[in-house]
Design a protein around this ligand. Structure first.
Ligand code: DC
Length: 227
């Protein structure tokens, strides 16, 4: 059976990672959360007080960063390792979320992450989610999905997820953070978030997880069968 590359792009909190994970499991593919890489770099910059507006400081710092994914049997997905430290929980923190879009807008950060992502896809059989996967990382991917959902639904979903970790968080904070990230991710100079011309749109506002998986799985199986 031929293996393909599947890309899932879209705004924050519209269910891309959940879908990407499920798809990878069904197809026996590798799932890569590219946002986790930008988050780990952001954590490193915050801890080491690296000014992401200074290109030479960024370039120097990137030389000291190694990123890896480590398969976690308990969750069935991969945890993010930053210089061999498991940072999977730390990178989901609000402090990282507040700064990750600014860090991810840096040209050198993008070059660093994109090169590693392209390497991970060399053998195909991969599902990668992010913002520029179908446009910049894998412009020749066999299946590109652009995931969308109503903004109010996205805020609600994200709030529920964040509330479990931090009951003090307010819905306004979550909404402000999402709006800010949407804006920066779509308006940055390098690789802004946009739908690839050949991507198919999956609007999951009114779909359950099972329903959206069924749609995407059908697209994937049809594409694989067409090769
Ligand atoms: O998917 P996420 O929310 O974990 O991503 C975190 C941030 O990383 C997001 O605000 C934008 C950035 N990102 C990016 O610029 N390019 C990607 N391929 C993935 C994420």
């Amino acid at each position: 059976m031929k293996k393909i590359i599947i890309t899932l792009d879209g705004f924050s909190s519209c269910g891309k990672s959940t879908l990407a994970k499920q798809l990878a499991r069904e197809l026996n593919y590798v799932f890569i959360d590219s946002g986790a890489m930008y988050r780990a770099i952001t954590l490193y910059f915050l801890r080491n007080r690296v000014d992401w507006n200074q290109d030479d400081a960024v370039q120097r710092a990137l030389q000291d960063i190694s990123l890896d994914f480590d398969y976690n049997d308990a969750t069935g997905t991969s945890d993010m390792l930053l210089n061999d430290e498991n940072v999977e929980l730390l990178i989901r923190d609000m402090l990282v979320s507040e700064h990750v879009s600014e860090v991810a807008a840096n040209k050198w950060v993008r070059e660093f992450a994109v090169a590693q992502q392209q390497k991970m896809g060399e053998k195909k059989g991969i599902v990668m989610d992010g913002r520029d996967i179908g446009t910049t990382v894998f412009p020749n991917a066999e299946l590109k999905i652009f995931v969308t959902a109503d903004p109010a639904v996205r805020v609600e979903r994200r709030y529920k997820e964040m509330f479990e970790k931090n009951p003090k968080i307010t819905i306004e904070e979550v909404k402000d953070n999402l709006e800010m990230r949407d804006y920066i991710d779509s308006n940055r100079e390098f690789s802004p978030l946009r739908k690839a011309d050949d991507a198919v749109i999956l609007d999951n506002t009114n779909l359950t997880r099972e329903e959206q998986l069924a749609v995407a799985l059908r697209w994937a199986r049809d594409r694989i069968a067409s090769l």
